[in-house]
Structures are given as C-alpha cells and as structure tokens.
Design a protein around this ligand. Structure first.
Ligand code: GLN
Ligand code: ZN
Length: 759
C-alpha cells in the first residue's frame, strides 16, 4: 500500500508566505523577493512530505491567494476590466483577488466566498460574454518542473472544470454550456503538456460532486470528462473529491476513464456504504481519505483500519492511503506548541503529524496489529480525555421550549425599542472592530511577553476606545462600538474566558489570501468562568451619551470556528456554549448595555453541503442555540446579529427565526441580490446590508454608497434599514477605515435628507 495527501498548507510553518506577501503589497520587497520566498516554501514543503514517507507528492497546491483563482487565471477567465489595467501578471492576479486602485484604474475585487463547508475562501470565477477560455498562465507547469529540478516527482493538482462551473458566476446571460467546449480543449492541453514534461499523474479536484446533483449536472460532468479524458494519453488522471460522499455520482464516475478516484471516508462516511452497490473497478486506484484533513485530533487507528477493511471487502482495486481533504484546513505543525501540556498534545495531530499518521498506518497495514505503533495508539484511546460536567449536561437535558422563546413577539419589541432609542431613520453603525493597528498589536504582544502590566494594557485599549468614540461621534454614527481592541480574535477571546477550551500559539489556518485564523480547540464541556465583555462595554458606554453596542460572538460561530470535539455531538457542544453566553448577555443588560450584537459570522458556513440535510442535520439545532442565548432579555434590549455573507436566500426563514431584532450582513460584493429574496419572504428582522466591502483597501466614495442605499431602499422599507459596512474593520488601516466611514456617514445623511424632502 502507498500513501499520498491531497494538498499541504502553503502558508509555511511560521506563516512566512503571509508576511512576505504583505511586505510585497506595501512595496517593501520586490516581486522577485516574493517569488523567492514562495520557491523556498514550496521546496521545503515537498521535502517535508517526502521525508515523512509519503509516496505521491502534490504540486500546484501552492497559491499566492487561492487555487480556484489560480485555475481561473490559468484558463484566462479574467474579466475584461482587469485585463484593461494592463498590469504585469502577478499584479493582475492580485487585482482580481483584492481590487485595484491606482492612477490607471479603479476596479473592485471579484467576490469571495467560503469554500464548501470550510472557513477557507475562494475567489468566485466570473464568466461573461467576453470570457475566452484558453491557456494563459503557466504556474502548474512551472511548479511541476521546479519540483522535478529538485529531484521530486509530483502530481500536479488543479481545480476541475465542473467545480469551476458550479462555483462560477455567470453574467450577461451566459451559462455553463457556453464554455464546455473551450474547457475541454484547455484541460486537454494541460494534460498533454504535463505528460510531455514527464508527469505521470494529475489530480483534478472536483469537490462540487459532493453537492446534490441533478441529471443535467451529471450530464455536464460526463460531457466534460468524456472530452478531456479522451486525450489523456499516458498521463494518469486522479479525480479527487472531498467534504462529502458521491451518493448520486459514484456510479457515473466509476464508468468514466479516470485512473484513480479519491473518496472522503471521514465526512463522506456514506461512501463506504455506496461501495456496496457500486462496483469500484479493480483497474482503477482508490485513493482512500481516512485521515481527517479538517480536524486536529489524533487519528484513532483502529477506526481507520476498520474503514480500510471495509473498502477492501468491497473492491479489489489498489488502495492509496490519503487524507479526507487538503491539509490546508489544519495548522502546520505541533512542534512549536510548547504551552499545551505534553499529555494533551498526545491527542493532537496537525498537518505534519498527519503525514506521520499516514505513514504509520501504512506500516501497520504492512505488518500486523502487534505493531507497537498500533498498540500505543489503542492504549491512548482506551482512557477518557477529560472530566465531564454532569450538572451542566443535566441542565441542558431539562431545557424546554420556553428557554428558546423570547417574549413579546418581535413586532411588538421593535415598536417598544423605536420608542426607547429614538434613532434617526437609516441609523448608522459599524460591525464592531476597528483597525488592529501596529500599536494595538504591540500592546497585546507586550502584555503577552510580560513587558507591561495588565493595567497598562487595559489603559492603552481604553484610550484607543476613547479616541474612536470621539471619531464616531464627530462623523455622526448613531450606534457606537468600542472597537474590540482587546480581542485578538472573535472566537479565541471568548474561549479564553470559558472553561473547556485549549489554545495554541501557532496553529494558524488560512482563511483567505494573507489572512489566517487560529481556532481554539474545544477540549471538554464548556461553561462561563467569569464575565467576559462586561467591563469593556461598561467602560465604553460611560464615555458617550450615544448607545454603545455590546459585542459577543454567537454559539454557532464559536463552535464552527473552533476545532470541535468528536466525542460528543456538535449540538450538545453548542448548547453548552449558548448557556455560557446567555449568562453574559444578561450580565451586560444588567449593567446598562441596551443593544447587544451576537455575531454569527459562521452560521451558514457549516450548512450541510446537500440541501436535503440542511434542517435535519444542522439548522434544527443551530437556530435554537442562538435563540437560547437571547431568550431572557427585556423587550427594550435590542439584539443584533451579524453574518459575513449574503448567500442565505435559501435559508431566509431560518435567519428570521433566529428572532434577532436587527441583522447586518455582507452584501456589497454580491450586488445586493439578496434584497429581492428578503422582500419576497417578508423578512421581519431589520436589516443592515453592508454598503461597502471592507475586505479591500479601496475607499468607496460617498456617491457610490448613496447609490447602494438607493438600491436597498428600492426593496426594503426605509424604517427597517440600517447603514453599516459589511464586516468589522480590524483588517483595515486606520486612514482607509476612517475615510470610508466618513463617506458612509455622509451618504446616510444625504439619503435621509432626500427622504425627508420627499415627505
Ligand atoms: N464583530 C466582529 C468584528 O467586527 C465581527 C467579525 C466578523 O463578522 N467576522 O470584527
Ligand atoms: Zn463579518
């Protein structure tokens, strides 16, 4: 048996790629310097994978921003407005990802969306009448040759045409069928070219197969691959899937001319069952994803071996041991985690350690169960990892419908709140964070290193809050925020004040481009040890006569942005977190905080990929968990929530059922299409569709924002509309953030004046 992985984290063990790229963006290093860092990282990663004993090593899993964008770029799926900038290749590539603002042009970034059910974001390919698909870039070839020159044979990885079409955005009346012929031609050329360079395998990623498939979808898939595989020649093609099972396509894909098929046996448990009914041909290789590529727990070898056993019973095909998905979704290494207790680290495996797991599994399979690697692993899993909080779990078991229901009903509450707050029409607010400037980060670093006292640290943050309160008051924002300077991260900060979490120092996972997150680990039962945000919010409120919003992260997001437990259900874990947050909400209310925002930035992210599972497997417990947090507050307390996306057209009723009073969400990158759906669904929650995109350094003009507000008002009654950016401003630089907010406040005032004039 041999081993492989689907992809490896590209950011580097110390996030070297992030730091180099940021320097390049700031013109502190040249493109050549950045390319050099990238080359070194790739070389190191190939070597690490090889040294761990992995047999087949991927290449082109590296990316400067996103591999879906890389595929689009390679295929010349570059909208005309970017081509018109006439930038050098790398600058053009970054313009697609981040937008471009210069003397020679001003273009917004392409939309960015979450990659399936992960917190990784991809850039949405845009297909238009002008799209001319043809080979354009050469990254995949160059990286293959780069590895080869180092004496390492790799298997280039590329996002497949079907997934590109499923994820793409089609404008000017174009549709996927308009591009199939050109895609077949280009992928065929890629295959021939790789074969000519000496590659023996290519890995084509088609995770879109784990969505629900219609007959037309499957027909498209077949058409694409009948065409592409006809010209594969000597090159072997691995069809790689992940994040789920192929319940509607396994019979099709096994009849096509692929040489290998990669199946996920972790999230796609059902794949094993499917192999009962669909004969997996013995002349194809089955790449078995048995090591979890998304979670950080050490693999329980007995379970992995039983899966492999199950596969072997169902097919005679050769098996390659693999990960369930790319290791891009887990942190790089445990080596730098010196704060975690040694006996706790034994339960964990990050990307590097997962390489070892694959190699150990292979060794066990090549020997027998007396292998010491196997006995050590079995021994570890034979004892409990933590002590259960039985009182808490009994309390959860005793919850009733009333615990999930806020009274009076929302309509009545909103009237009470309008009376209480007397906010102007189109009230303005922001999502919570202000720039985490070098000074803010330095202050945190100094506290961590013990260079300053806790008092000095708090004092700095309070001064920063005061400064920003003054700014918000000056420009006329209506509902203020304190700026979240005390938060390194919206989940870790809460986890630190809750029992049951563990934290890492370096466990970064790429979120998008140069951004990475460091999810905490939910280790045991969760409960609130102490008030979390009360002192900060009370201080901020004491500095202004305007309303200061309290700011919490919601239970579903805390769960979804942590590494979850696998020994209890996500539902139970989330309810534990919800009860802890309920204590916090009531504490804030008691201390005079009148508006409390409970962010559910990641609620949608973990929606099951197949619609048929949305309610039964997720929303049926996720929505109540949110309600549990807010159910006991007074009618005069206004509950806001925030979501970092706008694709909730299909779950609008569920979003309304959160029973928040106000929701802000991302809208600016998606052209406000959600508004139609909200209107159609008679959405009751007041809405703040983001009026500009904070993920880009670009500053929107007042007029641009006025235009967006007009679009919003065409669909939503003015009385229900809030004006805000589409997410927190922590990643922006202070001048950009301020300039944008000034324009936002002015735009709101302008439109308010227009409305008053009309009446
Ligand atoms: N309140 C958070 C902030 O403004 C929300 C962040 C998010 O939605 N990702 O930073
Ligand atoms: Zn957000």
């Amino acid at each position: 048996m041999t081993t492989t992985i689907i992809g490896y984290p590209r950011i580097g063990e110390k996030r070297e790629l992030k730091f180099a790229t940021q320097k390049y963006f700031k013109n502190k290093i040249t493109e050549a310097d950045l390319q050099q860092t990238a080359r070194e990282l790739r070389a190191r990663h190939w070597q690490v994978v090889k040294d761990a004993g992995i047999d087949q090593i991927p290449s082109n899993d590296f990316s400067f921003f996103d591999t879906t964008l890389d595929a689009a770029y390679l295929l010349n799926i570059i909208p005309q407005r970017y081509q018109d900038l006439h930038l050098p290749a790398l600058a053009e590539y970054f313009a697609l990802a981040r937008g471009y603002q210069g003397v020679d042009g001003d273009v917004k970034a392409l939309p960015m969306k979450k990659w399936f059910n992960t917190n990784y974001h991809y850039i949405v390919p845009e297909f238009t009448k002008d799209t001319k698909i043809q080979l354009h870039g050469d990254k995949i070839f160059a990286e293959y040759q780069e590895a080869k020159a180092l004496g390492i044979q790799t298997r280039p990885v590329l996002v497949g045409p079907y997934t590109l079409l499923r994820l793409g955005r089609f404008i000017d009346g174009t549709k996927p069928a308009d591009f199939t012929a050109a895609l077949i031609k280009s992928y065929s050329e890629i295959l021939s070219k790789l074969a000519a360079l000496g590659a023996d395998w290519i890995q084509i990623d088609e995770p879109a197969l784990v969505y629900d498939q219609t007959p037309a979808d499957l027909k498209l898939f077949k058409q694409l691959y009948d065409g592409i595989l006809a010209s594969k020649g000597e090159l072997k093609v691995l069809l790689q899937t992940y994040f789920g099972d192929l319940r509607d396509s396994l019979d099709l894909v096994t009849t096509l001319d692929f040489d290998g098929i990669g199946l996920d046996f972790v999230e796609g448990r059902k794949n094993l069952e499917l192999l009962e009914n669909v004969k997996f041909p013995a002349d194809k290789t089955l790449f078995a994803g048995v090591i979890n590529g998304k979670n950080i727990w050490k693999a329980h070898y007995a379970k992995a071996l039983s899966t492999i056993d199950g596969i072997k019973k169902r097919t005679d095909a050769p098996i390659v041991l693999s990960t369930s998905c790319s290791l891009l979704h887990v942190p790089y290494t445990l080596r730098f985690e010196d704060k975690l207790a040694a006996n706790e680290k034994r339960y964990l495996a990050f990307a590097e350690e997962k390489l070892t797991e694959l190699s150990e599994l292979r060794q066990i399979l090549d020997s027998d169960l007396h292998n010491p690697l196997y006995t050590a692993n079995t021994e570890l899993f034979s004892k409990p990892r933590y002590e259960e909080n039985a009182t808490l779990n009994a309390k959860i078991a005793a919850l009733t419908e009333a615990d999930y229901t806020r009274l009076p009903a929302r309509k009545e509450r909103l009237a009470i709140q309008k009376d209480e707050f007397k906010l102007p029409l189109l009230p303005t607010t922001t999502i919570g964070s202000f720039p985490q400037s070098p000074a803010v980060r330095k202050n945190r670093r100094q506290l961590r290193k013990g260079e300053i006292t806790r008092e000095q640290y708090d004092h700095f943050n309070e001064e920063e809050t005061k400064r920003w309160i003054k700014f918000q008051e000056e420009i006329g924002i209506d509902v203020l925020v304190h700026g979240e300077f005390e938060r390194n991260d919206m989940v870790e900060y809460f986890g630190e004040h809750l029992d049951g979490f563990r934290f890492t120092q370096n466990a970064w996972v790429q979120s998008y481009g140069t951004r990475a997150v460091k999810p905490p680990i939910i280790w045991g039962d969760v409960s609130r040890r102490e008030p979390i945000t009360v002192a900060t919010s009370v201080f901020a409120q004491s500095q202004t006569k305007k309303i200061m919003k309290g700011m919490l992260t919601g239970p579903v997001t805390i769960l979804n942005w942590s590494f979850p437990r696998e020994d209890i259900t996500r539902e139970l874990s989330t309810k534990q977190i919800a009860l802890a947050l309920q204590d916090e909400v009531l504490d804030l209310e008691k201390h005079g905080i009148k508006i409390i925002q409970i962010d559910e930035a990641a609620l949608r992210e973990k929606l099951p990929l197949r619609k048929s599972d949305w309610f039964s497997k997720y929303l049926d417990w996720a929505v109540p968990a949110f309600r549990l947090v807010a159910s006991k507050v007074q009618p005069t307390t206004q509950i806001h929530t925030h979501m970092c996306y706008s694709e909730f057209n299909d779950i609008i009723p569920a979003i309304d059922a959160l029973d928040a009073d106000v929701i802000s969400f991302e809208a600016s990158r998606a052209d406000l299409t959600l508004l139609d759906a909200l209107q159609a669904a008679h959405f009751e929650t007041e809405v703040g569709p983001g009026v500009y995109d904070i993920h880009s350094p670009r500053v929107p003009s007042e007029q641009e924002i006025v235009d967006v507000i007009h679009k919003i008002l065409a669909k939503i009654p003015a009385a229900n509309v809030w004006i805000n950016p589409d997410c927190g401003l922590k990643t922006r630089e202070e001048p950009e953030a301020k300039a944008s907010l000034i324009n936002l406040a002015k735009a709101a005032q302008t439109v308010r004046a227009e409305l008053e004039h009309e009446n």
